[in-house]
Ligand binder design. Structure first.
Ligand SMILES: [Zn+2]
Length: 278
């Protein structure tokens, strides 16, 4: 589906105009923020996104890119919702969307609210990944976005909500990892909240549990720079560790230990869409 993303007006029962923000453009490396209100270049949210770009490059061993990621930042939820409902009436209600059109433009749509930093970190991660890779498998796209949306001086802080629910699921015997199923999902609509949680867990596990799992992920990402169809990642994990599911379970159970918890519940309810994606 080609998404025609043009500003314009449409009939509405409300008096607000239905248009993209357009008055201000802030450029910071690959980040381009278009808004109708002024944002200072040194605003903490912008500074944080610049640092995030460096963190993603360093953590995933990916080169810094140049392709712009355009963030259409609405001033409030009403203007954002009216625009999305008019232009993309079939999209479910979400706080933010990332879209990659067939022209390969990378766009983020969201509004300035209490969770703007977390939302922008999540969506900008999508944008940076799509700017540098030929393809990003859905589950991995969301797992990495969930991983990097949690702020902090260093990446990899635990998403408390995800961790708590995973631990409870393991303790009750109600949840078991199934990466093969996750890798099968292709539509954003197919990914439920529990799938985001498991995708986050696999990414966190691969990056932090051992050098061999970390290397599997980094090599897979390197391959995605040139090969859009590298095949299942799970098979590579099993090749280095046949008991990979058990290792993940043990890792997830350990997320409940001291020093792993953040002070707040970041990351709850976040959603996005990609070309149509979240
Ligand atoms: Zn997402």
């Amino acid at each position: 589906m080609l998404l025609a993303l043009a500003s314009g007006c449409a009939g509405t029962k409300h008096t607000q105009r239905i248009a993209l923000p357009s008055n201000n453009l802030l450029k910071a490396e690959q980040l381009q923020v278009v808004s109708d209100f002024k944002i200072e270049r040194d605003h903490p949210v912008i500074t944080d996104l610049k640092r995030l770009r460096m963190q993603i490059s360093e953590t995933l061993d990916l080169p810094l890119g140049t392709k712009p990621v355009v963030v259409y930042l609405f001033a409030n939820e009403l203007e954002y919702t009216q625009y999305l409902q008019t232009k993309f009436p079939n999209f479910p209600s979400r706080r933010a969307y990332f879209m990659e059109t067939y022209g390969k433009d990378l766009s983020v749509y969201t509004w300035w609210g209490d969770q703007i930093q977390e939302d922008l970190r999540h969506e900008y991660t999508h944008g940076l990944l799509h700017a540098g890779l030929t393809n990003v498998p859905l589950w991995l796209d969301e797992g990495l976005a969930e991983y990097f949306e949690v702020g902090g001086a260093l990446p990899g802080q635990v998403n408390n909500e995800h961790a708590q629910l995973l631990v409870v699921g393991v303790q009750r015997g109600a949840w078991r990892p199934d990466l093969a199923r996750l890798e099968y999902l292709e539509q954003v609509q197919d990914m439920k909240r529990a799938d985001y949680r498991e995708a986050w867990a696999w990414v966190h596990f691969m990056l932090h549990s051992s050098p061999d799992t970390r290397m599997v992920l980094l090599e897979y990402l390197q391959e995605l720079r040139t090969n859009p169809e590298p095949g299942p990642l799970r098979e590579r994990l099993v090749a280095v560790s046949p008991d990979i599911d058990q290792r993940l379970l043990v890792y997830v159970a350990g997320l409940n230990g001291p020093g792993h918890w953040n002070a707040s519940f970041l990351g709850s309810g976040n959603s996005t869409v990609r070309a149509v994606s979240h």
